[in-house]
Design a protein around this ligand. Structure first.
Ligand code: DGY
Length: 320
C-alpha cells in the first residue's frame, strides 16, 4: 500500500507507517502542491494524510474516488465536502481531543495579550516609540470577575472556560447546539441564547466548528449587540466572523478589542488593517503548534489512516 502525505510530519507518523509496511510520498517543497499535483500524486495512492488546508470539493473527490481514506491532521474538517466523501465512499479521519489544551492556551494567550494591548506595546519598543511614561495612554482592561461567553462549548471551549474561570474567577455562559452538563456542573456554566451571549459577555471566544450554519455568525448585527468594552477572540476558523464587519466594529468602537489566530483568507494579506490596530492581537493560526501536540496529531492521523486501509475501526472517523 502507498499513500501521499501533503506536508512533512513529526517522525512518529513515519514509524507507524513503516511498521505496517505502508510506503509514502511526502510533499516537502516550500510551496503547497497545486490541485493538479495533488491529483497526480494521489492517483498512485490508496490514501492521503492531509496536513494543510487544501480544499477537497466534489470535483476533486470524484477524481480521487479510488482513495480509501483521507486522514486529516486537524480537528476541523470544513475543507472536505463530507457529502461527496460519502458518495465516493472515502473515509475521513480527523484529530479531535489531542489539541484541545494547546489551542485553548492560544485563546487564553490572545485574551490576556489583547486585554493589555501587549502586541501594541511590544511594537512601541521595537519601533522606538516607547517615549515618556503616559498615565492615561495604552491602557488595558481587567478580566477579574467578568463574564466569558463561549460560542461552541466543546473540548477546546471547555479548556478555555476552565482557564478563565480558575485564573480570573470569570463567570461562564455559553451558546451551543446542545447543552453541556459537565461544564454546567464543573464551572457553573450557564446555557444562554445567542442574543444573551452577545449582550451579556465581556469576552466572547469562538470555538465552534465552521459549518453552513455557523459561517459568518459574528457579523455587523452580532457586533452591534455586543458591549462596547467587549473583547472578541477567535481561534476556531476565520469565516466564523465577517472580517470587514469586525474591522468596522473595532473602528466604530462598537467592541473594544479582538484576538485572532485565524483569518478569512490564510495567509492573510500584510495590509490587513487588523494587523495594525492597537486593540488587536493576531497570530498566524498556531493553535496546535507545540511539539507535543503536533506529535499527537501526527500519531492519530497515521493510526486513522492505517485502520482505514487495513479495514479496522478508525480511532477518530468523521461521521457522515
Ligand atoms: C484544527 O485542528 O482544526 C486546527 O485549526 C489546526 O488546523
Amino acid at each position: 500500500m502507498h499513500i501521499f502525505i501533503t506536508r512533512p510530519l513529526p517522525n512518529i507518523a513515519y514509524h507507524l507507517l513503516d511498521e505496517e509496511g505502508i510506503t509514502y510520498t511526502i510533499w516537502d517543497k516550500d510551496v503547497p502542491q497545486t490541485r493538479e499535483e495533488l491529483i497526480e500524486l494521489s492517483l498512485k495512492a490508496d490514501g492521503i494524510i492531509n496536513a494543510d488546508a487544501s480544499k477537497f470539493d466534489h470535483d476533486l473527490l470524484e477524481k480521487l474516488a479510488h482513495l480509501k481514506v483521507i486522514s486529516l491532521t486537524s480537528v476541523g474538517f470544513n475543507n472536505i465536502d463530507i457529502a461527496a466523501a460519502k458518495k465516493f465512499d472515502i473515509k475521513i479521519g480527523h484529530t479531535p481531543n489531542v489539541l484541545s489544551q494547546a489551542t485553548a492556551d492560544i485563546a487564553f494567550l490572545l485574551l490576556l495579550a489583547t486585554s493589555r494591548k501587549a502586541f501594541f506595546h511590544h511594537k512601541r519598543i521595537i519601533n522606538g516609540t516607547w517615549g515618556m511614561f503616559q498615565p492615561t495612554g495604552g491602557l488595558g482592561i481587567e478580566l477579574y470577575g467578568k463574564t466569558l461567553g463561549i460560542f461552541g462549548l466543546g473540548k477546546i471551549g471547555l479548556e478555555m472556560a476552565r482557564k478563565c474561570h480558575h485564573a480570573y474567577g470569570m463567570n461562564i455562559i455559553y451558546h451551543n447546539r446542545t447543552s453541556n452538563e459537565d461544564a454546567e456542573k464543573e464551572l457553573n456554566a450557564k446555557y444562554v441564547t445567542m442574543d444573551e451571549l452577545l449582550k451579556e459577555s465581556d469576552v466572547i471566544s469562538a470555538h465552534s466548528p465552521l459549518t453552513e450554519q455557523t459561517k459568518g455568525t459574528f457579523n455587523k448585527d452580532a457586533f452591534g449587540k455586543m458591549k462596547s468594552k467587549a473583547i472578541f477572540i477567535n481561534t476556531g476558523r476565520g469565516a466564523l466572523h465577517v472580517e470587514q464587519d469586525l474591522i468596522d466594529a473595532l473602528n466604530n468602537k462598537q467592541i473594544w478589542g479582538a484576538g485572532l489566530d485565524v483569518f478569512e483568507q490564510e495567509p492573510t494579506s500584510t495590509v490587513n488593517p487588523l494587523l495594525y490596530m492597537e486593540n488587536v492581537c493576531t497570530l498566524p493560526h498556531i493553535g496546535s503548534a507545540t511539539e507535543e501536540t503536533r506529535a499527537r496529531m501526527a500519531e492519530l492521523a497515521a493510526k486513522n489512516l492505517i485502520a482505514a486501509l487495513k479495514g479496522y475501526k478508525m480511532p477518530a472517523e468523521v461521521k457522515k
